[in-house]
Design a binder for this molecule. Sequence first.
Ligand code: SF4
Ligand code: SF4
Ligand code: SF4
Ligand code: FES
Length: 951
Amino acid sequence: MPVIKEIDYGTPLRVADTLVSLEIDGQAITVPAGTSVMRAAVEAGVQVPKLCATDNMEAFGSCRLCLVEVEGRRGTPASCTTLAEPGMKVRTQSPKLAKLRRGVMELYISDHPLDCLTCAANGDCELQDMAGVVGLREVRYGYDGANHLKAEKDESNPYFTFDPAKCIVCSRCVRACEEVQGTFALTIEGRGFESKVAAGNHNFLDSECVSCGACVQACPTATLIEKSVIEKGQAEHSVITTCAYCGVGCAFKAEMQGSEVVRMVPYKDGKANHGHSCVKGRFAWGYTTHKDRITKPMIREKITDPWREVSWEEAIGRAASEFKRIQAKYGQDSIGGITSSRCTNEESYLVQKLIRAGFGNNNTDTCARVCHSPTGYGLNATFGTSAGTQNFDSVEQADVIMVIGANPTDAHPVFASQMKRRLREGARLIVIDPRQIDLVKMPHVEAQYHLALRPGTNVAVINAISHVIVTEGLVDETFVKERCEEPAFEAWRKFIAEERNSPEALAPITGVPAADIRAAARLYATGGNGAIYYGLGVTEHSQGSTMVMGMANLAMATGNLGRPGVGVNPLRGQNNVQGSCDMGAFPHEFTGYRHVSNEAVRKSFEQDWGVTLRGDPGLRIPNMLDAAVEGTFKGLYVQGEDIAQSDPNTKHVTAGLAAMECVVIQDLFLNETAMYAHVFLPGSTFLEKDGTFTNAERRISPVRKAIAPVAGMADWEITVALSNALGYPMHYNHASEIMDEIARLTPTFAGVSFARLDELGSIQWPCNEKAPEGTPVMHIGGFARGKGRFMITEFVPTDERTTGRFPLVLTTGRILTQYNVGAQTRRTANNVWHHEDVLEIHPFDAENRGIQQGDLVAIASRAGETTLRAEVTERIQPGVVYTTFHHPVTGANVVTTEFTDWATGCPEYKVTAVEVRLAKRLSEWQEHYLETRRQTTKIEPKIEQGTGAAK
Ligand code: SF4
Ligand code: SF4
Ligand code: SF4
Ligand code: FES
C-alpha cells in the first residue's frame, strides 16, 4: 500500500458534554465545545491552509496562514486559535483571504532556499504544499535581502539533521519537545528576524535532547529531517506494525522503498502511543540489517569446533535427531525449551505446544520468569487476573501517581511522556525508589514525595503505607465491603494495624523517614484517583510476589480499582512479556493462565492437538540448568533468549549449558548462549514476519511483515519444521491460523483474530462475547475472581545480607538508549550515548575507597567478580551502587546471586551484597569470557561492544 498519510486536524481533539453546531463554507458541522474552527473545518471535509498548527499540540497562532472570515465579525481571525461557537458562519476562501495568505507565503519563501527539487523533503514538505495551495507564483521581495540561508547545519545527532537555513520558526519543534515529549530541550532564541531554534547552548547531541523524534515529525519543512531519508530518499509504501522493543507497544509505520526501510514513523492511530515514539523504536532499527546477522543455519559437533553452514533441512534434521537420541538415552524429561518475550504470541504459543505435544513434557519456560512472573502470581491471587488493570490512557484521569521500582523515562519512554503531561496538568507524584530517577525532579515535574528506600525493603514500605491507611481511618469501607472477601480483609486489617508494621517501627529497616511515609499514604488515599505503576524494582526481589500483593491490597483498601484513573499497573520490560505469559509459556500453565493439572482444560488441548498431555508442571529455567549440572538434563531449544547473558549467576548458567549434549539456538545473532550451542537456526526480526505482540496494558497489536525473512524462514515456520521433523505434525499456512487456534482454546482470547485486529487496530484482552471490542479497564463492578482477596504480606528480609566483607548493595536497571542485554541496540548508533556500562557510586562511598570519576573498579559478591568504570554521583544513596547490564563483557550477572522470589523463582537481581575497590585489570571472569568468545565463535570480541549481564 502507498505511504499512509494520517489526517492532520490541526488542533487536538476535545472531549466535552456540550456540542456546538456551526457552518463552514456552507457545510453544517457539530463538534464538542472547545474545538477550534480549524479542526471543525477538517471534520467537515474543508482544508484550511496552515503551517504552525498540527493536531498533537495546542494551537500557537504564529504563521497567520489559516486566516478565515466569520460572518458578523471584523477582521480575519486565525482558525487554529478561534474556537467554534454555536451558529457561527465561517468562510475559508475569499479573494481577500487568498491575498493575505499569498503575502504570508511570499515572506516565508523569500528567506528559504529554492532547492525543492534536490531537497530531501521534496514531496513531503508542508511549506512546499502550502505554497501550492495558496497559489504562490512570485516573490516580490526577491531573495537578496537579509536571510538565514548560510546558517550552519547541526549534524551531531546520529539520526537526524538540523538545517536552520530551512527553518520558518513556526515553533512546532519547540512545542513538540514540550507538549508531546516533555523534555523542554528546545527554545526559540532572539526576537523578530533574529529568532531561531536552539537546543540550549549546545548542539543536539550534547543538549538535553533524548532523540525521541517528535520535533522531526512535527517540522513542516526539511529543517529537521531523518538522515535515513536524506540518504535513501522518500518512501513509496508503508506497513503498519508494532515496535519490538519495550512493553509500551508503540504502533509504527515502516516506510519503505521496495524491501528497504527508509524510516520508522510513529503511527497516529496507535492506541498505545498516539503518534509518539522514543529513540529506540523510531531510530534504532539498524540492527535488522547489521552485518552480524546470521543468515544461514549452522551446526557443529562440539562447542569448541568452528560452525559449519548447512541447509535448513540438515540443521532441523540434526536438532530433531539429537533431541530424539537424548530422550531415548536419558528419558522423556531430559530436554526442554525456552521462548522469549521478544517473540510474537504465535511463536511463543508454538514453542510451548512443541514442548508439551512434541517433547512430551512440560519443560517450557520464558524469560518472563526472570522479570515479571511475580506480577502474574500476585495479581492473580488478589484480583484473579495475571495482568495490569488499566489502559495507558487511564493515566490522564489519575490525580495521584505512585511510581514504584520503575524508571519510565528510560524504560517506558512514550508512556512516561503521557504521564509527565498529566503531572504537568497537576496530578501529584510519589516515587518509591532507592535511586533518584529522572521523574523525581525534571523540567515542570517534581515528585511530592521521593521515598528513597533501601533496596530489598519494598514490602516493609508498602506495609507501612497500608498501616497508615488502616490506622488513620482512610480505608474505603464501602468499596471493601461491596467488592472484597470480608474474612480475608479482616485478617489483613488486623495484621497490618500491628505496631510492627508502622512507619516508625519500620523506618530503621527501610531508611525512609516515618513522616514521609505517613504523608505519602495520606496523599494516595485522599488525593483523588490513585494509580500505581511499577516495574522490575518490585518484582526482581525475594519478596517480589509479596510486594505485588501488597500493592494490590493497598489499591483495594483505598477503592482505587475498577474505573479509569486508578489501578495497579505493571510496566512490562520487553515488548511481549505479557504475551509470552498469556501464551502458556510457563511450565505449569496453558494459555490464559490455566494450570496443567486442570483436567478439563488439559482435555480441551488434548482434543485439539491430538495427543495425551502431562498434568505435572515441568522444569523452570533455573531447574533445567540445575538438572543439567547434575547430569539429567541434556538438550535445550532456545528461541530468542540469551540466558548466558540475561540470567543470574552466569557461571552456573554456563556450566549448565556446557554440560548439555545438544543446545539449539534460534536467534538473530551469535549471542552469548550460542557459545554453548550445537545448532544455530537464524531467526527473523519483527520486520520480517506476521504475528502479534501484547503490551503492558494487555493490548494485542499486529506485527506485519514488511520484508521477507532474510534467512528464508519466519520463526514460527522454524518451530513448525522442527516439530514435523520430531514426528509431531504441525500445519499452518499463515500466522493468523495460529492465532485462530489460540482463540479457539483460550476464553480470554475468544474474540481475537487477525481480521478483527485489522478492523480495530488493536484489542485489549479479555476479548470475547462479553467484551467483543476488548477490555481497556478491568474489574469494573467486580473482580475477575469475584471478590477481591486481601493477602497477608509479612515482610521477610532477603537472605542476601550486607556484611563487613560485602558492605554495599548492588541494584540494576536500564537506560533509555540501550535495550535489555543490548543485542539489538548495541548494533545501532545508540552506542554514541552509552558504549559501556558504568557503576554509579555515591561520593561518600567512592571517597572511602579512593575511587574517582572514571576509575576502573572491581565489584565483587559471593557469586563472582567483574570490573567496570565508576560514575561518582549523588543520584544513588550512600551504601548502594547501581549499574546497567547492556554490554556482555561487563558481566553484571556474574555478580548477581541465585536468590529468588519465593513464589515464582524470579531472580533477585535488585539486591546483591557487594564490595567495590579500585582495579588495575579486567576480572578473571572477563579475561576467561573474552578468550572463550574468541575460541567458540572464532570472532574477535570487541570490549566496547560488550556482550551481556543482568536483566
Ligand atoms: S528529538 Fe525529542 S527530545 Fe530531542 S529536541 Fe526533538 S522533541 Fe525534544
Ligand atoms: S525547525 Fe521546523 S518545526 Fe522547528 S521552528 Fe523550524 S521549521 Fe518550525
Ligand atoms: S516506548 Fe517502547 S514501544 Fe515505544 S518506541 Fe520506545 S521502545 Fe518502542
Ligand atoms: S496554522 Fe493557524 S496561525 Fe499558523
